[in-house]
Design a protein around this ligand. Structure first.
Ligand SMILES: Nc1ncnc2c1ncn2[C@@H]1O[C@H](COP(=O)(O)OP(=O)(O)OP(=O)(O)O)[C@@H](O)[C@H]1O
Ligand SMILES: [Mg+2]
Length: 112
């Protein structure tokens, strides 16, 4: 199993959610975050406001998936979240050791 963390532009969350649903992803966690990338001090625009500070609002997506699906998840996020401009974000892929569905006690891939 893999655990995929994506930092994306907030207005792209719905597009990414649709793309992930289409490939069979059944769950996702979304958190409002702030961060910075390489362009420290360079202007990024968010909701019409220019951010010249080094902290820009982003959304963090967390998705647990089977190892088989991970490449498709990464591609779907990259396609759906991309605007071909700076600040489009990052995708991190981690190995996931275990998952548990609390209600049933199912573990592993059947729990995700
Ligand atoms: N190395 C990193 N570690 C953790 N989070 C990061 C890292 N790089 C970027 N991020 C997160 O991703 C967000 C978007 O980064 P961003 O897309 O600007 O990266 P970049 O490397 O500057 O690429 P680009 O040149 O396309 O802007 C940042 O605001 C931050 O939250
Ligand atoms: Mg950047």
């Amino acid at each position: 199993m893999k655990f995929i963390i994506a930092i994306i532009k907030p207005f792209k969350v719905d597009d990414v959610r649709e793309a992930l649903t289409a490939i069979g992803i059944a769950g996702m966690t979304v958190t409002e975050v702030k961060g910075f990338g390489r362009q420290k001090g360079q202007t990024e625009v968010y909701r019409g406001a220019e951010y010249t500070t080094n902290m820009v609002p982003k959304m963090k997506l967390e998705i647990a998936c089977s190892g088989d699906l991970a490449a498709q998840v990464v591609e779907a996020i990259q396609t759906a979240a991309g605007t071909e401009s700076i600040g489009d974000g990052k995708i991190f892929v981690l190995d996931l050791g275990e998952a548990v569905r609390i209600r049933t006690g199912e573990t592993g891939e059947t729990a995700i």
